[in-house]
Design a protein around this ligand. Sequence first.
Ligand code: HEC
Ligand code: HEC
Ligand code: HEC
Length: 306
Amino acid sequence: MNEVAVLLKTPVDPNSPQSPLLEHYYSMSLSRCFRESKGKLGCQSCHDPHMQPATAEAPIYFRARCLRCHSEKDCTAPIEARQTQNPADACTNCHMPKQPVLTVSHSTLTNHRIVRTADEPLPDIAFKATLPGTGYIHVNALPGVKNEVAPVVLLQAYRRELIGSHLQFKDYYFNLLARLAKARAADPFVLSAFAQKALSDGDIDHAVSYARQITSQGSPMPNDYLLLDQVLAESGDLNGCIEALQKALTIAPYNNFVYQRLAMRQFQLGDLSAAEQTIRRGLELHPEDSALREMQDEATRQGLGH
Ligand code: HEC
Ligand code: HEC
Ligand code: HEC
């Protein structure tokens, strides 16, 4: 399994009342079991994806999992205290206690940060962004392995943060974008980010040139052609828009949004009969599309005026 998704997370805010224990992976990654077994501890060390023990059997089932790495003697707690557990010496009763879920009433989750004692403070790494200069913790980074995340993955992560209004990532996003621009990155996602930045800076020529680079690589994504259409419209090249949108339709012939945009451009060019034809084709596929219906009414009104 080489294609492991990269899990990124913002560091714990020590002042936040929200418990990080709710996230199993993150919690697990803060355990010495994880950090000191050099990546050997994963979900499957304890869970069998095909088999979940019944609640009553869980303590015995998981005890056997602990004993794959530990021996009974590793535990420094007095044996009497351990024997009073039900069932006897159930490691997880003491080391992985259940926690009430703050956000869901009458619900518990198991603390996946395996600790010696409940009052053990969080390790320092919980409070630090372990990917230097990124603002992120790389949650599923393997201990002892150099943490590296592809710039495009980071850029996508920042974009999601910004869409989610986490504006503290704005500088990270634009600084990374500037570094990628220097390196002349040619990844379609990066190029579309360049195009959008240029567009918002009012640098239409560059916006067009970035958007063209993506589509001339033969992008299979209709959104890339919609972006090209958008920047060409800004530059006043309506014929270019129509060409881009027609290309989009050869790739995504069922995308009603493309029909809407194409009809709109044909209207703008004053080509009423082409617009009507586009609307008709769009409505054949999407009779319920209200935007196309409104355009059809508009086309009829304008047609009568002639
Ligand atoms: C993949 C191997 C592995 C598994 C499985 C594992 N551990 Fe560990 N655990 C370690 C290593 C390595 C350490 C750190 C060095 C040591 O104490 O041996 C550790 C440390 C601990 C510590 C000390 C924690 C601290 O903060 O000082 C406790 C307690 C512990 N393990 C309990 C458990 C329990 C309970 C289970 C089963 C639910 C378990 N471990 C499963 C590898 C493992
Ligand atoms: C060291 C052993 C261990 C490891 C590693 C482990 N789990 Fe668990 N997990 C448990 C135990 C023990 C329970 C409680 C089971 C019970 O009481 O029925 C549990 C319960 C759960 C539950 C049920 C909800 C809850 O919190 O009680 C989920 C979901 C879960 N684990 C997900 C994961 C995921 C995801 C990973 C990997 C990131 C993982 N676990 C790794 C031991 C482990
Ligand atoms: C009654 C609760 C209880 C049970 C059951 C229990 N432990 Fe512990 N364990 C503790 C406590 C408390 C400590 C810390 C004791 C101390 O202060 O040295 C500890 C310490 C440890 C440590 C850290 C030892 C060190 O070097 O610091 C490990 C590892 C460990 N337990 C593993 C296990 C395993 C594996 C099991 C099951 C086979 C288990 N424990 C069962 C309560 C328990």
